[in-house]
Design a protein around this ligand. Structure first.
Ligand code: PEP
Ligand code: MG
Length: 325
């Protein structure tokens, strides 16, 4: 199979019936970009910048961040690079930030909430991202958005930084795309309104599943309840894609589900535009997509979404989708 997959390098990620998608990689550290390129990723759909902060004993400077973002942007040679702003908190501890311990860290002071409360840190990062934006196809993405006000405030900060850079005669991409992670159920439910104010969505299923099913994603004791086949999860994903498309924006996914071989055909049928996954899954996903007819699965979508249990969904996929090709 590996040999078969090798042959897919340089090929399009296109379904049997001619529907094209983008298969991108997730990265954390600079080394990860090599694997994305090696596996013929069509971009980076999620750059988890928190690693820059975690593998340091103090805040990375604007210059350090700029260098890192620039290197990745250049390596991608014009392919899309979605840089996510700092997603600290939850399970990601950065000791020198001295964030007090909380009872419910996943529901607490994390990600955009932390950044909007620590504007110096946020502005430094936004400056570095904007400065790197002239070296490739850079996009900016905010994590853990839960309401429109947070989004508007974050966008205002980007506008403010742009103004600052203009005054300093520093170049950046004036039209940089701004998107959000859809990883809190409220945002998926209200996605039509969010779609009017962003350029793209990226569905973060790792957190979306955790928050929708009320299952701590790291708790082994209840890991049997953490299930990507839960019909409510599929409904939220579909709702987000539909609402994004109604407002004319593209919708991607950067959670683990984007690389799930059983769900890729379903996501394709729902119209997902971009799949971002760990680099080692990209060619397998391309193989799958090239052997799937989008229209055939579209016809089965309503039935799947109406099923009662996660087991029924998985079983239906096993028997009617995967075994088909
Ligand atoms: C997600 O929540 O699905 C996601 C991609 O972000 P992270 O895993 O970094 O929380
Ligand atoms: Mg997340």
């Amino acid at each position: 199979l590996r040999k078969e997959l090798e042959k897919l390098k340089g090929q399009e990620s296109i379904s049997k019936d001619g529907y094209k998608v983008e298969l991108a990689g997730n990265i954390g550290t600079l080394q990860d970009i090599d694997k994305v390129i090696e596996n013929d990723g069509e971009g980076v759909g999620l750059y988890r910048t928190e690693f820059l902060y975690m593998y340091n004993d103090k805040l990375p400077t604007e210059e350090e961040q700029f260098e890192a973002y620039k290197i990745v942007a250049e390596r991608l040679k014009g392919k899309p690079l979605v840089i996510r702003t700092l997603d600290v908190g939850g399970d990601k501890d950065i000791p020198y930030l001295n964030i007090p311990k909380e009872m419910n860290p996943f529901l607490g002071y994390r990600a955009i909430r932390f950044c909007l409360d620590n504007k110096e840190i946020f502005i430094t990062q936004v400056r570095a991202i904007l400065r790197a934006s002239t070296y490739g196809n850079v996009k900016i993405m905010f994590p853990m958005i839960s309401n429109i006000e947070e989004l508007r405030e974050s966008k205002l900060i980007v506008e403010g930084v742009k103004e600052e850079l203009r005054k300093e005669n520093i170049e950046f991409n004036e039209n940089i795309e701004i998107g959000i992670m859809v990883e809190i159920p409220a945002v998926a439910i209200h996605s039509r309104q969010f779609a009017k104010e962003v350029d793209f969505f990226s569905i973060g299923t790792n957190d979306l599943i955790q928050y929708t099913l009320a299952v701590d994603r790291g708790n082994q004791k209840i890991s049997n309840l953490y299930n990507q086949f839960h019909p409510a999860i599929l409904s939220l994903i579909k709702m987000t894609i539909d609402n994004g498309h109604k407002e004319g924006i593209w919708v991607g996914m950067c959670g683990e589900v984007a690389g799930d071989e059983k769900l890729i055909p379903i996501l394709l049928a729902m119209g997902l535009d971009e799949f971002s996954m760990s680099a080692s899954s990209i060619l397998k996903a391309r193989h799958l997509i090239r052997n799937t007819s989008k229209k055939e699965i579209e016809e089965k979508l309503d039935y799947i979404l109406d099923l009662s249990t996660a087991d029924e969904v998985e079983k239906y996929i096993d028997e009617n989708i995967i075994s088909n090709d």
